[in-house]
Design a binder for this molecule. Structure first.
Ligand code: N01
Length: 540
């Protein structure tokens, strides 16, 4: 541990000032009257939306649902400009919320938590930062996001490249000028497919290095008018209530139609309608069994392949773009704007690195088995060490000084994705084992923040000051998370949900796939039973 320069005592330390940290701070202060400090590595609030500033960055959740619902006035006064929220607009929204509720003064910016150790003699956490803070806190609450620890693959020669290189997840604030440049993008996940069409419009030449072709549905992004916003706002209570009890945190009208009971014509009509509407509704409002039944899924997967063939002019390029090695929705579904159309541009080239693997990065570009691609800029859209990576960057130790990294060596183990045995009074907002990344995040974040603050209030009322899940409850939850996942299509793809993108990471399905509504009901039952599954105790 580093030498201390700033020392203090608070009721709670919160790590991260994104959606999670901001709302947690508000609840701790306003509902519980607690003292709290938030530590944030960036120089402003925003979390994911502070760091991910790559061209085209936008959320795939509709704007009117990608926000907080805890304050009705806030919901009524904020106006989104489009169907989907752009990164600068989300950042502006989070800055607005922070200032509106006067939260800024309790956030330490440019400060990264480096360590948090649980002291069994006083049941408090000792938290240290890279700025020399040394804070004693009763509660440690992580709001560190699920997809925050960027991953640049260890390609030989990476450091020899003399041009510019960037990871989408830590984009320069001043932006990158692609004009007249030869650009290479590695990776075709959400970040890659959003940035590729925008970069292609600016760059002299763009080479996309694709490992796995993906399924994409058009976003059909557009600006929204007063009438649209008024309609949403008039129905906000109902919209949120539906979302809170839904499968994925969206207020979509789920049908119970099966792709397998429909005729081929009925399926085409439904898929065409979903394709025209765009976004995740293509999954929710066509045939819900496409995300659970492989035969139903095959009909949607083939429909999307037919659209790729239709849009992409060059049949060889179209062939390379066809996803075949995993079912639609088994990886995080992607929503695009002009992605496939981009391959019809003269200045864009697609390299299938499964057939033509990257050998190395040279000083002047990328060398594959088949030749050299000279580049001025390389963009790594290569993803994240998701769900656990950000935890492991900190030295978190629980009882008996056990490092969290050691406890989770074979995969994360939690109770409800909120707590982990051996780490008393530590709470994780959207931790592994909760719906988190399989849902519209703000809905899951609000539910977790409210669960945690209600639990702290209940503990205080009953005279308890230490909470820790009992080992059996945790074992049962982990087993349940695995059991539910095994029945889904998610386990059929090599995805970051399973840690498959990180060499050496244990292959464990990390989020909870049982659905937002059922998960909420389970949490409510647990709370009503006095926080069943937790051992609550008193220090003295
Ligand atoms: O990362 P990814 P992302 N050599 O892991 C490839 C959220 N998000 O930043 O598929 C070559 O999805 C990798 O290939 P493969 C969202 O939840 C949301 O795009 O592993 N290629 C893949 O193509 C999303 O899922 C939004 O074979 C390599 C790509 O890099 C999550 O963040 C926007 C490689 C990584 O894709 C992560 O998205 C952005 C290697 N060694 C992000 N290693 C919105 O809401 C990896 N790849 C819109």
């Amino acid at each position: 541990m580093t030498s201390p320069t700033r020392t203090s005592e608070v009721d709670a330390v919160v790590i991260g000032a994104g959606f999670s940290g901001i709302y947690m701070l508000k609840r701790l202060r306003d509902n519980l009257g607690m003292t709290a400090r938030v530590f944030e590595a960036g120089n402003d609030v925003g979390g994911t939306w502070y760091w991910n500033r790559y061209p085209g960055a936008r959320c795939d959740s509709e704007a009117y649902m990608y926000c907080f619902s805890f304050d009705k006035d806030l919901m009524q006064e904020w106006n989104w400009s489009g169907k989907y929220p752009e990164q600068p607009e989300i950042l502006k929204y989070l800055q607005h919320v922070t200032d509106r509720f006067d939260l800024r003064s309790q956030i330490e910016f440019n400060t990264r938590v480096t360590a948090a150790h649980f002291n069994e003699s006083n049941n408090r956490w000792l938290v240290e930062t890279d700025q020399g803070d040394r804070i004693s806190a009763q509660f440690l609450i992580t709001g560190i996001g699920c997809i925050s620890s960027g991953q640049i693959p260890d390609i030989p020669g990476r450091d020899s490249f003399v041009g510019e290189s960037y990871h989408t997840g830590s984009w320069p604030h001043e932006g990158v000028n692609f004009t007249g440049k030869r650009v290479g993008v590695i990776g075709t996940g959400s970040s890659g497919v959003q940035s590729i069409p925008v970069i292609a419009e600016q760059a002299k030449h763009l080479t996309v290095f694709q490992r796995t072709p993906q399924y994409m549905v058009p976003a059909r992004h557009h600006t929204v008018d007063r009438e649209y916003l008024d309609d949403v706002k008039a129905n906000y209570d109902e919209i949120w209530e539906t979302a809170r009890h839904s499968k994925s945190g969206f207020p979509y009208e789920m049908t119970d139609k099966s792709a397998l009971s429909a005729t081929a014509d009925e399926r085409t009509i439904a898929y065409e309608k979903g394709w025209e509407e765009g976004g995740f509704k293509f999954i929710a409002e066509t045939f819900p069994d496409i995300s659970v039944d492989l035969r139903a899924n095959a009909t949607a997967s083939e429909f999307i392949r037919s659209k790729i063939r239709e849009v992409v002019d060059n049949p060889d390029t179209a062939e390379k773009l066809l996803p075949r090695d995993h079912p639609f929705t088994s990886k995080r579904p992607l929503i695009d704007t002009n992605y496939y159309e981009t391959y019809n541009r003269d200045n864009v080239e697609l390299v299938d690195i499964r057939n033509e693997p990257i050998d190395k990065i040279t000083s002047t570009g990328i060398r594959t088995e088949d030749g050299d691609y000279p580049l001025d800029i390389i963009v790594f859209a290569t993803g994240f060490d998701a769900m656990t990576g950000s935890f492991f960057k900190m030295d978190i130790r629980g009882r008996n000084s056990l490092p969290l990294k050691e406890k989770w060596a074979a995969g994360p183990k939690t109770y409800l994705g909120l707590s982990t045995t051996g780490f008393p009074n530590m709470f994780m907002i959207t931790g592994p084992g909760s719906p988190s990344v399989l849902s519209n995040m703000p809905v899951s974040i609000e539910q977790h923040v409210e669960f945690i603050s209600d639990m702290l209030e209940s503990m205080r009322e009953r005279g308890f000051d230490v909470a820790e899940p009992n080992p059996q409850a945790e074992e049962d939850w982990v087993e349940h998370v695995n059991e539910v996942a095994e029945k889904t299509l998610y386990v059929l793809a090599d995805s970051w949900y399973l840690g498959a993108n990180i060499p050496g990471k244990p292959r464990v399905f990390m989020p909870y796939s049982g659905g937002v509504g059922d998960y909420r009901a389970k949490c409510e039952e647990i709370a009503a039973a006095g926080y069943e599954g937790y051992v609550l105790s008193t220090s003295t």
